[in-house]
Design a protein around this ligand. Structure first.
Ligand code: ATP
Length: 353
């Protein structure tokens, strides 16, 4: 059952369409991330859910209620922005109380709720401080408490971590996720950071130029990217350009390999995406699905050894776990690589004829 539904949502600014007929169904309690490069329309989509922008076409519904044309304060959404956006002249407690005061809640209820919220973000002792007396991470937790205090149905997070330094970013993203789970609140999180998206989301929407390129779990998106864009935007990978050689075989750089199961008409150009960890050095006697190349570079990273392998015009990256008993091959060594056919992914494949 969908709790938050976007149907055919489009947004144009003058002649420029920045979100194209976008469909998405989000379940109650789900944590969904909009991931994409700058300008792909993530914030515009979020602002339409919040009510700060009106769609040019399409509808948005929350819990079965059409909210497309409702103002933000009638939607029961809470929003956290990139810049903390706290009221600088109000204490932490007054910031958290703000939405409740606007809604005219009784004083005793406001006091209890503010205490509850500050305890939830572990800042119970800082209620009397002003925002400038807090660290960036603490300010962002207050912003989160302020958004949650009015008990919204949906929590919208617009790059809430991007102004923080790396260490705080890591701990706060986990804190946000724990809190979201604890409260069971439906959340949309916007980021351009793929690692952040992979780590916190139930599902990721990969956006490119105002369109969803792919929607799926982090596991799906990482292991089975469907388009060149989704593949290259997330993680590291190598692309092998070649052509179908009948059945599930592909010819690349004069060698033949097996690729994921679908049959492609012989001669059709194919692009195979391989993650570095999908490749290993083929043991001898070599397994069947092998590619021969030359080691161009070896980067010893500790637990992992990353190797760059040249096959004709193509370079492949391969990550192997460090094996203390076997030093990695040297630059210039001829090697055979192996991968399981199911670990590769054919990109942008036209439907088989
Ligand atoms: P970023 O990560 O840089 O914030 P984004 O993916 O959130 O990018 P949006 O802010 O949604 O992207 O912007 C998408 C496109 O819409 C951009 O080309 C932007 O210039 C344009 N745009 C956004 N708001 C307006 C506006 N009010 N008027 C005109 N164009 C706009």
């Amino acid at each position: 059952m969908s709790f938050l539904t976007l149907k055919g949502v489009r947004k144009s600014f003058g002649p420029q369409t920045v979100v194209h007929d976008f469909d998405l169904e989000i379940a109650r309690g789900e944590f969904v991330t909009f991931l994409g490069p700058s300008g792909c329309g993530k914030t515009t989509l979020l602002r339409m859910v919040a009510g700060f922008e009106t769609p040019t076409a399409g509808t948005i519904a929350i819990d079965g209620r059409d909210v497309t044309h409702l103002p933000p304060n009638a939607r029961k959404v809470g929003m956290v922005f990139q810049a903390y956006a706290l009221f600088p002249n109000m204490t932490v407690a007054d910031n958290v109380a703000f939405g409740l005061k606007v809604a005219g809640r009784p004083k005793s209820e406001i006091r209890t709720r503010v205490e509850e919220m500050l305890a939830l973000i572990k800042l119970g002792h800082l209620g009397a401080r002003y925002p400038y007396q807090l660290s960036g991470g603490q300010q962002q937790r207050v912003a989160l408490a302020r958004a949650l205090a009015v008990r919204p149905q949906v929590l919208l997070l617009d790059e809430p971590l991007s102004a923080l330094d790396a260490k705080i970013r890591l701990s706060l993203r986990q804190e946000i996720r724990d809190l979201q789970r604890k409260l069971g609140i439906t959340a949309i999180f916007v980021t351009h950071d793929q690692e952040e998206a992979l780590s916190v989301s139930d599902r990721i929407v990969v956006l490119n130029e105002g369109r969803a390129e792919q929607i799926g779990t982090p596991f799906d998106i990482y292991n089975h990217p469907r388009t060149r864009f989704a593949a290259s935007f997330i993680g590291t990978l190598s692309l092998l350009e070649g052509e179908a050689a009948g059945g599930n075989r592909m010819r690349v750089e004069g060698q033949e390999i097996a690729v994921p199961a679908e049959a492609h008409p012989a001669g059709r150009p194919l692009t195979l995406a391989l993650r570095p960890e999908a490749l290993s050095l083929a043991p001898s006697p070599a397994r069947t699905n092998r590619l021969e190349g030359t080691i161009e570079d070896v980067d010893f990273l500790g637990s992992v050894v990353r190797m760059r392998v040249r096959l004709g015009q193509t370079t492949l990256l391969m990550d192997n776990f460090n094996d203390p008993s076997t030093p990695p091959p040297e630059r210039g060594a001829k090697v055979a690589l192996h991968f399981a056919p199911g670990d590769g992914q054919i990109l942008d494949a036209p439907l088989a004829a």
